[in-house]
Design a protein around this ligand. Structure first.
Ligand SMILES: CC(=O)SCCNC(=O)CCNC(=O)[C@H](O)C(C)(C)COP(=O)(O)OP(=O)(O)OC[C@H]1O[C@@H](n2cnc3c(N)ncnc32)[C@H](O)[C@@H]1OP(=O)(O)O
Ligand SMILES: CC(C)C(=O)C(=O)O
Ligand SMILES: [Mg+2]
Length: 564
């Protein structure tokens, strides 16, 4: 890069529009959507789609609810021409869908284009020519008047040819290509001339499409340009004002949203932002942004993964895992504080009515609305905290840990992720949970017990192994847990219960019976640790939890081998 960019690049001049209205506007209804996946999207692929892929994509776009679809540049190739013919001749176009075809403003290309759409019920014929100073001077070597005449002549020719095919309703669309780099007064002059040449009326509107062929400024400048045109076009009531933003600066979505606020009626773009260079505006993001604000876009994304797969297969370009709404990771939180907030959000939602407004930390929309499930919302790596770990154990295995135990177990997981460096799935978490809590047998293992009730409470006799050596402990208490603690204390083991919780886990996958899960916070060996016991019998689960807690205290005290 140069040390001083100022000599090479110049700032785009702002639009003089001191009374601009768009900053106060709110989007309350969706625009008319036009998908150009099969034209602008297709022309920018390594390998343009063959007819089968184009047909597959066309069908999907129709199913999603697009009513206007630019299907080809028919004069560019026999493949594109044939594709348009096949859609028409094989009656592939649904009644409520209008196909669109693009042509340069050149006579032989327009004639060929009109030939391609013969027999269609309704078609949008889209003519363009670039009108900015650079194109006038460098590409066409034409004056303003000549460039304007080029557009007007093209529209007149379409009009004349349309009159020869009365069975087809021809809708005219004109794009002043490079609009964003053109003087606004000249854009208006050309668009007004074209509108008049078409003899557009409020009943028979012309589509005036204002492209950011190259995105050259911040999105507010595009909004100013659109509002300026919206307010200055001579025949605004006979015009459908359309946007065609590209994404060179990475702000096409913002430009589109501000452009709609500035008065546009229609938006052209591609799914997932395919298109020349950095792409056309991503219609998925614009539409779902609207959805997240309570405005239904009128497009169906209820199986976004299926849409993504079709687009990937047709374009041979993968969707980025962080692509808004559609990427594999966009509904996933790895970091601890995000996970904690999401877990609390879901817990709060459980006590709300099903139609309560969506109010979930870090998740702008409900993943279920786009056909995603909650499975991958929380994933655990070294950045994760107790909330994520607890969420995964709960959502995958039904284990609801007491809060202090969440902190304790997340330290176990943290140690593991620090050592292994990679993501930890629910299965690994479950293994860690079992290894550290459920199946500990050293130094103490309770093998069997007998419990008797009597007037003062309960008496227990436990057969156990201490460091592998058989032992028997007997004691009494006002309940089984109390009796077991007394039995252990009689053996000289200093152990106390600090807290006790018991929950049902639902049916055990192996036994098919309901499993109880006991969490006992045990003080022993100068440490306080949680122990976990699982069993179909509630009492057995509690006693196992005491032994688990003692064993963990021994591990924490570093005395596992020394214990008698
Ligand atoms: C911003 C966009 O996405 S616009 C759409 C771009 N898409 C495509 O171009 C894909 C399909 N295009 C093609 O296959 C070819 O360009 C064709 C068939 C349309 C035309 O091919 P060619 O006649 O060989 O011309 P070529 O591709 O070199 O285009 C440049 C010529 O078109 C002229 N031209 C470019 N755009 C336009 C326009 N909108 N209206 C009139 N003339 C134009 C140029 O001035 C140049 O003319 P010149 O050869 O007299 O100097
Ligand atoms: C043909 C026009 C509308 C175009 O694709 C562009 O300017 O980006
Ligand atoms: Mg384009």
């Amino acid at each position: 890069m140069q040390t001083q960019s100022a000599h090479k690049y110049q700032a785009f001049p702002p639009v003089h529009l001191p009374d601009r209205q768009w900053p106060n506007a709110v989007i309350t209804q969706p625009p008319i959507w036009m998908s150009t996946d099969l034209r602008d999207g297709n022309q920018s692929l390594f390998e343009p789609m063959d007819a089968d892929k184009k047909r597959r994509m066309f069908k999907m776009l129709c199913q999603m609810g697009f009513k206007e679809i630019e299907v080809a540049f028919p004069s560019a190739s026999q493949t594109d021409f044939n594709f348009v013919r096949s859609l028409i001749e094989e009656r592939q176009i649904p009644e409520d869908v209008t196909i669109e075809v693009l042509t340069q403003a050149r006579e032989h290309l327009i004639r060929r284009t009109m030939e391609s759409v013969r027999g269609a019920r309704r078609v949008i014929v889209h003519v363009y020519n670039a009108i900015s100073p650079t194109f006038r001077d460098v590409v066409f070597n034409m004056t303003k008047a000549e460039v304007k005449a080029m557009a007007v002549d093209a529209v007149r020719l379409v009009k004349a040819l349309a009159a020869e095919m009365p069975e087809t309703e021809v809708v005219m669309q004109y794009s002043p290509e490079t609009f964003t780099a053109t003087e606004l007064e000249f854009s208006k002059e050309v668009c007004d001339a074209v509108t008049e040449a078409w003899e557009a009326t409020p009943e028979r509107k012309i589509i005036i499409n204002l492209p950011a062929t190259v995105e050259v400024a911040t999105p507010n400048v595009y909004a100013d340009q659109i509002e300026w045109m919206h307010r200055h076009l001579a025949h605004r009531d006979s015009v459908i004002l359309s946007l065609h933003p590209h994404n060179d600066r990475g702000t096409a979505v913002a430009a589109t949203e501000l452009g709609i606020m500035a008065g546009a009626d229609r938006v052209e773009g591609c799914l997932f932002g395919h298109g020349e260079r950095t792409g056309n505006v991503d219609l998925v993001t614009v539409a779902l942004n609207m959805y997240s604000q309570g405005v239904h876009p009128g497009l169906d994304f209820s199986d976004i993964d299926a849409i993504g797969r079709t687009v990937e297969e047709c374009t041979q370009i993968e969707i980025h895992p962080r692509h808004p709404y559609a990427g594999d990771l966009v509904f996933t939180a790895f970091s601890g504080s995000h996970q904690d907030a999401i877990k609390k959000g879901f817990a709060a939602r459980q006590s709300q009515p099903a139609d309560a407004p969506w109010n979930m930390p870090y998740l702008p929309i409900d993943p279920k609305d786009v056909g995603r499930n909650y499975d991958s919302i929380i994933r655990v790596n070294s950045q994760s905290g107790k909330g994520g770990v607890a969420y995964l154990l709960e959502s995958h295995y039904g284990v609801v840990m007491p809060r202090r135990m969440q902190v304790e177990f997340s330290a176990v997981v943290q140690q593991y992720t620090d050592q292994h460096g990679s993501e930890v799935g629910p299965e690994t978490l479950w293994q860690l949970f079992n290894a550290h809590y459920v199946s500990t047998v050293m130094p103490m293992h309770m093998q069997d017990y007998q419990l008797e009730s009597h007037a003062q409470g309960q008496a227990i006799r436990m057969h156990m192994a201490v460091n592998g050596v058989p032992a028997i402990a007997s004691g009494q208490g006002n309940g089984p847990v109390d009796a077991a603690i007394h039995a252990l204390q009689h053996m000289g083991i200093e152990v106390q219960v600090r807290s006790f919780e018991e929950r049902s886990l639902g049916a055990s996958p192996s036994a098919g019976e309901a499993m109880a899960c006991a969490f006992v916070e045990v003080a022993c060996q100068g440490k306080v640790c949680y122990g976990v016991g699982m069993d179909t019998n509630i009492v057995t689960a509690s006693i196992k939890a005491i032994f688990s807690g003692m064993n963990r205290c021994h591990v924490q005290a570093g005395s596992l081998r020394k214990t008698a």
